[in-house]
Write a protein that binds this ligand. Structure first.
Ligand code: ADP
Ligand code: NI
Length: 240
C-alpha cells in the first residue's frame, strides 16, 4: 500500500477541516477512518488503499462546505497518483455523496459500501446526536418545536433547504438519522448500526418523556413500526 499517499491525505484533510464547527471537523474524518479500518477487519476482500484514502478525503468536496468541487482531484494530482487510481478514489467518494447521487446511492463496489457504512455510523449514536446539535447551532436552527412535526415524504430539494421551518435538531432524527440503520450495506456495519440506533431511540424517548410529550412518543413509536414494515417490503425511504 502507498503509505506515503495515505500520510499526505491525512495531513491534507487535517489542514482542510481544521476550522470546521458544523460537524465536519477533522475528528469526524478520523472517526470515519477508524470505522473503515474496523469494518475492513470483518470484510474478506477489498482494496485497502482505496478504502483508506477515500475515507480521509470523503468530505473535502461536500456540498455543504461550499467548495468548487475540484479540491479532491487537485490534491490527488498533486501527489502524482495514476489516473485510473484517481478515478477509482473519486468514484468511491461520489457514490456516497448525496449531492451527486441523491436518494439512490449506487454502491457497486465493496469499497463504496465500506465507506458508506463508516460515514453513516458517525451520524448515528451519541456522536451523531452531538454532530446534529453542532450542525443545527452552526446554521442557526432551533432545537425543537413541539408544534412542528417532521415533514412527511421529504424530497431531496426540501432536505437540502436547511432553513425550512420543519428543519430543527430533533426533526433531523426523523428526516435522516433513524433511517440509517436499514440502509447499512455490510454485515459489520449493520451490527454496529443497531446499537447506535437503539441509543438514539432511547434518547428521543427520554427527551419526549421529560416534557410529557405523549403525542411525540406515539409519533416515534409509529415511525419506527412503519420503518420496519418498509424494510420488510424493501422500500427505502432514505433521503441521504
Ligand atoms: P456526513 O458527513 O455523515 O455525510 P452530513 O454531511 O449529512 O454527514 O452532515 C454532517 C452532520 O450534521 C451529520 O451528523 C448530520 O446528521 C448533521 N446534519 C446534516 N444536516 C442536518 C440538518 N438539517 N439538521 C441537523 N443536523 C444535520
Ligand atoms: Ni462525512
Amino acid at each position: 500500500m502507498n503509505e506515503n499517499a495515505i500520510k499526505k491525505a491525512y495531513e491534507f484533510a487535517r489542514d482542510y477541516h481544521c476550522n470546521d464547527c458544523s460537524g465536519h471537523d477533522f475528528e469526524h474524518i478520523k472517526r470515519v477512518f477508524s470505522n473503515v479500518c474496523a469494518l475492513m477487519k470483518e470484510t474478506s476482500e477489498c482494496n485497502e488503499f482505496i478504502v483508506k484514502i477515500s475515507a480521509l478525503l470523503h468530505d473535502i468536496d461536500d456540498w455543504k462546505l461550499k467548495t468548487d468541487g475540484n479540491n479532491t482531484l487537485k490534491f490527488l494530482q498533486s501527489i502524482n497518483l495514476e489516473q485510473n487510481i484517481i478515478d477509482e478514489i473519486l468514484s468511491t467518494i461520489d457514490a456516497i455523496s448525496f449531492s451527486k447521487c441523491g436518494s439512490n446511492p449506487n454502491l457497486k463496489t465493496v469499497e463504496m459500501k465500506l465507506l458508506f457504512d463508516a460515514d453513516k455510523l458517525d451520524a448515528m449514536g451519541a456522536i451523531g446526536l452531538c454532530r446534529t446539535i453542532m450542525f443545527s447551532a452552526c446554521h442557526n436552527r432551533p432545537l425543537f418545536d413541539e408544534n412542528i412535526f417532521p415533514e412527511a415524504n421529504l424530497t431531496q430539494e426540501a432536505y437540502k433547504n436547511i432553513t425550512r421551518k420543519e428543519n430543527n435538531t430533533i426533526n433531523h432524527f426523523f428526516d435522516k438519522l433513524l433511517k440509517l440503520k436499514n440502509a447499512m450495506q455490510t454485515d459489520a456495519g449493520k451490527k454496529e448500526a443497531q446499537k447506535r440506533h437503539e441509543f438514539m431511540v432511547f434518547f428521543l424517548n427520554q427527551f419526549f418523556a421529560e416534557q410529557n410529550l405523549n403525542e411525540w412518543q406515539k409519533y416515534l413509536e409509529h415511525y419506527l413500526k412503519e420503518s420496519e414494515t418498509n424494510k420488510k417490503n424493501n422500500i427505502s425511504l432514505l433521503i441521504q
